[in-house]
Design a protein around this ligand. Structure first.
Ligand SMILES: *[C@@H]1O[C@H](CO)[C@@H](O)[C@H](O)[C@H]1NC(C)=O
Ligand SMILES: *[C@@H]1O[C@H](CO)[C@@H](O)[C@H](O)[C@H]1NC(C)=O
Ligand SMILES: *[C@@H]1O[C@H](CO)[C@@H](O)[C@H](O)[C@H]1NC(C)=O
Ligand SMILES: *[C@@H]1O[C@H](CO)[C@@H](O)[C@H](O)[C@H]1NC(C)=O
Ligand SMILES: *[C@@H]1O[C@H](CO)[C@@H](O)[C@H](O)[C@H]1NC(C)=O
Ligand SMILES: *[C@@H]1O[C@H](CO)[C@@H](O)[C@H](O)[C@H]1NC(C)=O
Ligand SMILES: *[C@@H]1O[C@H](CO)[C@@H](O)[C@H](O)[C@H]1NC(C)=O
Ligand SMILES: *[C@@H]1O[C@H](CO)[C@@H](O)[C@H](O)[C@H]1NC(C)=O
Ligand SMILES: *[C@@H]1O[C@H](CO)[C@@H](O)[C@H](O)[C@H]1NC(C)=O
Ligand SMILES: *[C@@H]1O[C@H](CO)[C@@H](O)[C@H](O)[C@H]1NC(C)=O
Length: 876
């Protein structure tokens, strides 16, 4: 073990020593007495022990361009163009100081650089004062595009305005809608983040948050983990130089906010193999968006120039030459910047007609701020008008902006695992007219988690631990206590909701931590607990209401709900002797009776003289016969004699007409009335409750539920005049109170109501149609970052019919005897009154018969009486 450690220490020592890769240059020394010199400004010292690739390669290409001009025999007034190099180091005043030093000592006619946006304004202002052009190869800050503010400034690198629209198009290509931006707090970072934010807003994309990386303290101002994981987006846009990019990535790795949960888009690539090998998996799937040259989209570049420049580089600084395919694109922009200056100088001196003076003429002292290049107006004009094909594509400017007007190209690299760790490989290429295209010969894009499917960009619940609140409510959540084989009491949850949680868990992959709410908690309090952070979510039969939506959010519906009225089953049908009279109102019956008697009297008057059936009878008998006649015709059967007079017949016509309508209406009403009376309850629906058919204090309402809201809003005008049901297990209380006769009716959610009446309390029943349709939703905190993930999965459960299957499983059981099975046959009860009246009439008719035959009966009885007495006498 110790031997191995020693061996590692030894290796580390060796490689540590080799790691000092400072640049040993063998470039031909510059003739510092030449009157035509160009100044290159680069970030790192020449022999810096940790130089950036950008700085080293840009410097090499700058030198190569100057040497190439000499090779091409380009002379200004007979002299070769020479070069000076200065280091800027990232501090604006240092940059001015180095520049000033060089300018005071040599004839500098143009500056290539500076590399950093934060050094650019002061160098550009300084150059404007001296009257020499500044052409940057890597300052991308969009603010420098303004020609009026920066008359001496040009750049060969595209501005971040172009980068912002490339990034927007990238988001549109992958259907991402939001991101979080991390930027370094200098001109490059903050102005870049600003234009990206503006471009996002213009394209209806969202920047959810901006996180600042402080380049002075080299730390992120906020808690990175907190900022990223509390955001709803999982796309991170990192707008920072490559030096800071490594630091930020390391920070992200330590906070575990990289792959596979987050997709990072970087503005510069960094060597990924410098990270600890254990992190390689998490680094896979990042993208970079970097400016590049025309060649990546197949547009022409000047390969003659490029090859000549590479040859010179390889000749003088072979140890930094990375191979012609791996040269940093900023180095090519540096070459074009230098070549633009060389070409413009050449043109300046060839067009200057005043041969009596030099085209390169300075005015002023040796103090750098007092220097003035005399021909600056013409020089700037020439640069503005210059067009040529450079090594990064066509170079052309116009008078209005400092940017090149053609040739903004970007490419996206993707971090993929390779044989030697993780590397960036180009996958997409962008030009402003072709949008993003597949990079020629590129591999497929590998996304975080080594996936081939592009991420959706929104927060995923996968692997997230959730505190889920549930509440007892049969059959949504049934809590039973079971004793396991070790004699331990454990709580077991069954029902629709636990099944739903399982389905969601299998689909989404969150880690559920189920917390059972106290049984005396109201639903409103449960909702409030989510707003207060007691639970992450509450899953249960919680109705989505306007009042609750003010403090929390809801997922899409997990159960379509409505309310039903629950009451006791009516105990048997009450016997109503006169049920058969119900089709007509008492007044109508009286009217019919009156009409019958009236018609009878009329018949008696009209017919008495003519009709033999009425002659020779007592007045009472005639009246009875007349009423008999009118009754018989009124019910449609007629009497055993006919009218003889015309007036009598006319009256009979009237009776027939009455008969047709009365008999028909009676028959129709009777049929429907008898059916109704079979299913008669105290109330028939919610309208009866609204009308107050049940005393309000006998309607049980569970406090803190959506039913209470409904009652107050729709029934009682916000007066809490109901019987309040409070405390634990309110659902069971409702049923018990109903059965005990404490209340007469209550509201219940349709699912629970049907389950209870079908399975548990067979003596309770539901009346009326359902009302107050609504939905149950999962309660989530407001603006919950995982809301979209949850909704998408609930909707797909719904679409795949899984929710329906759950509903069938839990709600379509039936243990109670089927009460709705009613035969269509009428019972005796409804017609008992009719038979009673028939019995009375038959007794009356018997009595009548007896009255008529009273003499015969009297004689007969008398005879019988005698017969009984005589034998007695004989015995006596
Ligand atoms: C440097 O330039 C000066 C002026 O053009 C010239 O006289 C001198 O020979 C040059 N020196 C070298 C080493 O080229
Ligand atoms: C390298 O840096 C040292 C100071 O650190 C300086 O003295 C030396 O001149 C530098 N070498 C070159 C080639 O610039
Ligand atoms: C440049 O000039 C030298 C000598 O004056 C000559 O040998 C060389 O061929 C010329 N190169 C070009 C590209 O004209
Ligand atoms: C983006 O959305 C469109 C339309 O919805 C779809 O056709 C396309 O496949 C999606 N692209 C990606 C990368 O998901
Ligand atoms: C890489 O990380 C592992 C685990 O975190 C650690 O044990 C190891 O020392 C690290 N290696 C280096 C070179 O830092
Ligand atoms: C490339 O540049 C050289 C030197 O400026 C020029 O002579 C040549 O014509 C250019 N080639 C193209 C294709 O523009
Ligand atoms: C040439 O330049 C000199 C000095 O700058 C100036 O005095 C003279 O007028 C110029 N001649 C012309 C024709 O521009
Ligand atoms: C530059 O072009 C503009 C218009 O194209 C022209 O007016 C101006 O004279 C040109 N300048 C030079 C120095 O060629
Ligand atoms: C420059 O801007 C002016 C006014 O904004 C416009 O009229 C002109 O066409 C622009 N010139 C070019 C070359 O775009
Ligand atoms: C619920 O019951 C507990 C004790 O069982 C009590 O402390 C608490 O106050 C009750 N909450 C409500 C809202 O009644």
């Amino acid at each position: 073990m110790q031997l191995r450690n020693l061996w590692w220490t030894f290796l580390l020592f060796i490689f540590g020593q080799l790691d000092v890769h400072y640049v040993r240059t063998t470039w031909p020394s510059s003739n510092s007495s030449s009157i035509i010199q160009l100044l290159g400004l680069f970030q790192d010292k020449v022999n810096d022990s940790e130089p950036t690739e950008l700085s080293v390669q840009s410097r090499a290409m700058f030198k190569a361009a100057v040497l190439l001009s000499q090779q091409y025999n380009i002379t200004i007034e007979g002299q070769f163009i020479e070069r000076q190099v200065a280091q800027t180091g990232g501090n604006a005043i240092d940059a001015v100081s180095s520049t000033c030093q060089v300018i005071s000592a040599s004839n500098i006619v143009g500056i290539v650089g500076p590399g950093l946006s934060r050094e650019t304004p002061i160098i550009a202002d300084f150059a404007e004062r001296v009257g020499i052009p500044v052409i940057s190869y890597s300052a991308t800050d969009p603010d420098f595009s303004d020609r009026n503010a920066y008359p001496a400034f040009y750049r060969t690198v595209p501005s971040d305005n172009a980068a912002a629209s490339a990034i927007v198009k990238l988001f549109i290509r992958f259907n991402w809608t939001s991101c979080i931006i991390i930027y370094q707090n200098d001109a490059f970072g903050s102005d870049g983040a600003r234009v990206i934010n503006e471009a996002f807003i213009n394209n209806r994309l969202i920047v959810t948050d901006m996180v600042v990386f402080d380049i002075a303290t080299l730390s992120i101002r906020d808690d990175l983990k907190n900022s990223l994981s509390s955001s709803s987006t999982r796309i991170v846009l990192l707008w920072a130089e490559s030096t800071y990019t490594s630091l930020i990535l390391q920070n992200a790795l330590d906070s575990d906010v990289l792959g596979p949960h987050f997709t990072w888009i970087l503005s510069s690539n960094v060597p990924l193999n410098s990270f600890n090998q254990t992190f390689y998996q998490k680094l896979i799937g990042m993208l970079t968006v970097e400016p590049t040259t025309a060649s990546v989209v197949g547009a022409p570049i000047n390969t003659t120039l490029l090859n000549a420049a590479y040859n010179i580089w390889q000749q003088y600084e072979p140890e930094t030459f990375p191979g012609s395919t791996k040269v940093n694109y900023y180095a090519l922009f540096a070459f074009d910047a230098t070549w633009l200056l060389i070409q413009s100088l050449q043109q300046l001196c060839s067009t200057t007609t005043n041969s009596s003076s030099s085209c390169i003429l300075f005015d002023g002292s040796s103090f750098c701020f007092d220097l003035r290049f005399l021909n600056f107006n013409l020089f700037f004009d020439i640069i503005t008008n210059m067009t040529f094909l450079g090594v990064s594509g066509p170079i052309q400017f116009n008078v209005n902006v400092t940017d090149r007007i053609k040739g903004s190209y970007y490419f996206a690299q993707n971090s993929q695992s390779s044989s030697d760790g993780v590397n960036f490989v180009p996958v997409l290429a962008y030009s402003d007219h072709d949008n993003w295209q597949q990079y020629a010969g590129a591999n497929a894009i590998i996304w975080p988690g080594s996936s081939l499917v592009p991420p959706t960009g929104s927060a995923k619940l996968d692997g997230v631990s959730l505190r889920i609140g549930v509440i007892q409510s049969v059959p949504f959540t049934v809590i039973t206590s079971v004793t396991d084989e070790f004699g331990q009491n454990t709580v077991k949850l069954t029902g629709y909701i636990p099944d739903l949680i399982n389905l969601l868990q299998n689909r989404i992959g969150f880690i559920p931590n189920i917390l059972i709410a106290p049984s005396n908690q109201t639903y409103d309090a449960l909702v409030k607990a989510v707003a207060d952070g007691v639970y992450d979510v509450v899953i249960g039969d919680v109705t989505i209401t306007a009042k609750r939506r003010l403090i929390v959010d809801f997922s899409s519906s997990i159960f379509d709900n409505s309310l039903r009225i629950i009451i006791r089953k009516p105990s048997g049908v009450s016997v109503d002797l006169l049920a058969f009279l119900k089709p007509f109102s008492p007044n109508l019956w009286l009217l019919i009776l009156g009409a019958t008697v009236y018609a009878g009297i009329l018949i008696c008057l009209l017919e008495r003289g003519e009709n033999e059936a009425l002659q020779n009878k007592s007045i009472i008998s005639v009246c009875a016969m007349s009423v008999w006649y009118s009754f018989g015709n009124l019910v449609g059967y007629g009497a055993d004699f006919d009218a003889r007079t015309a007036a009598g017949r006319l009256l009979t016509v009237g009776l027939y007409m009455l008969s047709i309508v009365l008999v028909a209406s009676y028959t129709a009403n009777l049929a429907s009335d008898l059916t109704l009376s079979k299913s008669q309850s105290v109330i028939s629906g919610i309208d009866d409750i609204k009308r107050g058919k049940i005393p309000f204090n006998r309607i049980g309402i569970r406090v803190g539920t959506a039913m209470e809201d409904y009652y107050l809003a729709e029934i009682s005008n916000n007066i809490p005049n109901y019987f309040a049901i409070l405390g634990a297990n309110t659902q069971q209380q409702v049923s018990d109170d109903l059965l005990d006769g404490i209340i007469d009716a209550s509201f219940m959610d349709i699912g629970a109501a049907e389950y209870i009446t079908n399975n548990i309390y067979c003596n309770l029943t539901l009346v009326g149609d359902d009302f107050d349709e609504g939905a149950f939703g999962i309660v989530t905190p407001k603006q919950w970052v995982y809301a979209q993930d949850l909704d998408v999965n609930i909707l797909s459960l719904r679409e795949s019919d899984d929710l329906n299957n759950l509903k069938v499983k839990w709600f379509q059981t039936q243990n109670c005897p089927d009460s709705s099975e009613t035969s269509s046959a009428m019972g005796i009860e409804s017609l008992v009154g009719l038979f009673f009246i028939f019995a009375v009439i038959s007794v009356l008719s018997l009595l009548l018969f007896a009255w008529k035959k009273r003499h015969v009966i009297k004689n007969y009885l008398f005879t019988i009486l005698l017969k009984i007495r005589q034998p007695k006498r004989r015995i006596l």
